[in-house]
Design a protein around this ligand. Structure first.
Ligand code: PEP
Length: 248
């Protein structure tokens, strides 16, 4: 399995930010792990062009579930692919919260991504209230069951565990808490898609990953990479996280 360092730029970055992507592409011509940047849609094609021929992959942050049609302001999976994307983040908690995206919708989007030849990075995670109530595994188990597309395989699916309360807050779960969830997800995936495929699905941790905590998180069994928000905006910070993943 090739581990994955994925950066989610969210709604950050103008044309000038492409310099950070170019720095990464130059710094990692032959990375030991896969490197993915998901910029805002406006930067997708220029980032793909600026890093063309490098080891850096680019991805979208969302797509529509339909292939085309009257959906003003939306972008299809094929359009992302056409712009140079090979991945798409789906079901991020900010989209689940801000746009009322359900797991059923995330699953439909993931199916559209697969149809277009994109690899979906399906995000799941509990709120702080759900963790406090002791229902973390129940919540993320249900999200996983309902969000992953039919026919998903190790080669066509990435799952990101992102506790909602850890995103952009500087707070992270304890190492045993991350270990518990990732072991649970591997077992749950085994029940959904079989042991052989489940063993190869990259399970990313996301939520306030930074250079100072990356190594201890990457040492956790079944953590196969990270989905990184704030710390992916600067090549120096993301590079330190890539280095930690490469050394794990
Ligand atoms: C994210 O947006 O997926 C994320 C994990 O953000 P941050 O790293 O900033 O917490």
């Amino acid at each position: 399995m090739r581990k994955l360092a994925a950066g989610n730029w969210k709604m950050n970055g103008l044309t000038s930010a492409l310099a950070e992507a170019k720095l990464l592409a130059t710094a990692y011509p032959n990375p030991a792990c896969e490197i993915l940047l998901c910029p805002p849609a406006t930067l997708l094609a220029p980032m793909a062009a600026a890093t063309n021929g490098s080891a850096l992959a680019v991805g979208g942050q969302n797509c529509h579930q339909n292939a085309s049609g009257a959906h003003t302001g939306d972008i299809s999976a094929a359009m992302l692919k056409d712009a140079g994307a090979t991945y798409v983040i789906l079901g991020h908690s900010e989209r689940r919260a801000d746009h009322a995206e359900t797991s059923a919708l995330v699953k439909a989007k993931a199916h559209a991504a697969l149809t277009a030849g994109l690899t979906p990075v399906v995000c799941i995670g509990e709120t702080e209230a759900e963790r406090d109530a002791g229902s973390t595994l129940q919540v993320i188990g249900a999200q996983l069951d309902a969000s992953i597309p039919d026919g998903a395989t190790a080669a066509t699916l990435v799952v990101a565990y992102e506790p909602v309360w850890a995103i952009g807050t500087g707070r992270t779960p304890t190492i045993p808490q991350i270990a518990e969830v990732h072991a649970f997800l591997r077992a749950r995936l085994t029940g959904l898609i079989g042991q052989t495929e489940a063993a190869g699905v990259r399970l990313l941790y996301g939520g306030s990953v930074k250079p100072s905590n990356a190594a201890e998180i990457f040492a956790v069994p079944h953590v196969d990479g990270a989905l990184v928000g704030g710390a992916s905006l600067k090549a120096a910070d993301f590079g330190a996280i890539i280095d930690a993943l490469s050394a794990s």
